[in-house]
Structures are given as C-alpha cells and as structure tokens.
Write a protein of this length. Structure first.
Length: 184
C-alpha cells in the first residue's frame, strides 16, 4: 500500500499521487526506518553545514515490475547562494512553496529553513534543508498534474521530516501543499 511507503510519511493525497506517478497500487520496497535515519543524519550534519552535506535517503520505492523508481533524499545546504534560483534544469518549473520549490516530470525539489532546538545554533543560522524527489527510468509527460503529484509526495515527506526535527512553524509548510506556479 502506498500509505506505508516512505516510513508512513505519505498523506492520503501523497499516497494517491505516488500510485499515479508509478502507475501501481503495489510496491516492492521495504518502507521502514527511513524517517529516523534521515533526520538523525541531518542533525549530525548540521554542525558541518558550512559546506554542502551528503544526501540522506528517506526512501526508495518502485512497483513490483521495477520499471520505474522514486527516491526521496534530504541534505543541508550551506547558504542561500546554493539555492537554484533561476539556474535550474529546463524541465523543472518553479512553485511558490517553502523557500523555493521546483517540479517536473522526473524530479522535484523543495527547500525549507528550519529553526529547532534539536539543531543547536539554528536560532541564529537556520538550517537550509533541500528535499529532492528523483525518478529513475521514468517516461512521465511534463504536465501540470504530474508536477503537482511530484510536489505532493515531496511536500508530505518534507513535512514529516521537519516535524520530526521539531522545526518551528513546520518550517513554513502548510498542512497541505499549495500549488502556485511562478513565472519562468
């Protein structure tokens, strides 16, 4: 079941979106343990976040056929200059969500700032978290529904991560994603 994927971090809307983009209701990957591993790694990386930290996988999931696969990872960025801004892949489209959000048929990115007592010093220098969803072997079309499905999945997992980290005000994320495309 899709709701069990990604360590149970998928909202009902995100679970339906995952079923849509992978065109399945059955999954072959073990969905447990990723939330704790990813958030613990971000906490450990925070003192080193003066540089771009390694990516930490929350989950990887695919249908039993293995023809498509989704991976969701989190990392810390060093500074605002590391945000993509206008320097992003042509097949990624900007959205007004978090600090920055981009989505396309094979990837989505969501950037948020986190202030948390679990991240010592983040009250002075908020953690800049990058969430990334990547499709391996995907041939999805570049349509608004596909972009929004990808952002729905990434928003749900990111919201779970920021809540696990104890980020103030859920790092600026609303309970449900808000899809406001920005000019390109």
């Amino acid at each position: 079941m899709a709701e069990q994927q990604c360590d149970g971090t998928l909202s009902p809307d995100a679970a339906r979106a995952l079923e849509t983009v992978l065109n399945t209701k059955r999954f072959s990957d073990d969905p447990r343990g990723g939330l704790e591993r990813a958030t613990s790694a971000l906490v450990e990386d925070y003192p080193e976040s003066w540089r771009r930290t390694p990516a930490h996988s929350l989950c990887r999931t695919s249908p039993p056929t293995g023809m498509a696969e989704v991976e969701i990872e989190f990392r810390l960025l060093r500074r605002d200059a590391d945000l993509p801004g206008n320097q992003h892949a042509a097949d990624l489209h900007p959205y007004d969500m978090g600090v920055e959000a981009l989505s396309g048929p094979r990837a989505a990115q969501l950037y948020v700032r986190c202030v948390s007592s679990g991240l010592g010093g983040s009250d002075k220098r908020p953690a800049l978290i990058m969430a990334q969803l990547d499709f391996l072997r995907s041939k999805l079309p570049d349509t608004v529904p596909i972009r929004e499905a990808n952002l729905t999945i990434l928003h749900s997992t990111t919201l779970a991560v920021v809540r696990e980290l104890g980020c103030e005000n859920d790092a600026g994320l609303s309970e449900k994603p808000v899809f406001k495309a920005l000019p390109e």
